[in-house]
Design a protein around this ligand. Sequence first.
Ligand SMILES: Cc1ncc(COP(=O)(O)O)c(C=O)c1O
Length: 338
Amino acid sequence: METRELLGTLFHYPHPQNIIFTKNITESLNLIIKGLLQAGDHVLVSALEHNAVMRPLSSLQKKGIIVEQIPCSPKGFLAITNVKKLLRPTTKAIMLTHASNVCGTILPLQEIGRLCQEKNIFFIIDSAQTAGFLDLNFTELGSAALAFTGHKGLLGPMGIGGLLINDQLAQTLPPLIEGGTGSFSEQEIQPEHLPDKFEAGTLNIPGIYGLNAALKYILQKGITTIREREIALTNYFLQNIKKTPDLEIIGPQEAKNRVPIVSLNFPGRDNAKISSLLAEDFQIMTRCGLHCAPSAHKALGTYPQGTVRFSFSHFNTEEEINYTLQALQKICQNYPSV
Ligand SMILES: Cc1ncc(COP(=O)(O)O)c(C=O)c1O
């Protein structure tokens, strides 16, 4: 219960029973997507979604659910007018990542949340890239459910995630998994009360303890302090990387409206080779390829080659960024383009 309360504090949602644990955000999103949508329903997603949203939706398309993508600009920005144009009387849900895990652009969720409330549409948020970085207020965002994962910005261990859910959606949604909850054991049907309705079977208690410690750290340090430091480091990297020739910064060129990740493309060079040279020769870990988000790469013009993605934490230092900049310069000099 304490960990749910900490999550309630972080997301400004003081209803710990409406916070459900899962093993990761993928499970949280599957729970929502597979429970909510039925044949004939229309659902809008951004062009930047992760496969945690796209794969369950693609399999539901075979069952008659209509999925449409809201286009975004080559820098990853999404205009609310495009959302309005695509709405239909059958639109049941809008599902959006809060920020792209490829180019880092933050989407205008609050405006879209208001639109969903006006039109009585379920607004579902994937907060994998923003939880622990932005100060998220579940109620102000106007969302019916906000899915989170423990091991990224929330600094917890792998294998723990969850969702915040409002009462209206919780009543509509069937559980994905049914079984023992330690409550109402005399009944052979899944209890209706929260969080038990969605939490059958033994939970990842070590994961919850780890997340508990991480949340206490974040709340004590302060989201603003963490964010300002991460923005400063991202800005430092962006301003300096612009001086290195022969590479492209994907997405916004400034740290404003971005989460602390930067994707680079090295035209004429093999991005995968650059990522592996960074790891092998300089012990710098990046993530290369399509980042489980092929449609985002298509929208950003980096499909199929993908990008080399750098992520910054407030634990990083300017020295580490200088070291990374030098490593990239050396790699580009010693490994000329073809
Ligand atoms: C935007 C986004 N959504 C979903 C996921 C999936 O996270 P998990 O593997 O923790 O379920 C990720 C992870 O990369 C992500 O960046």
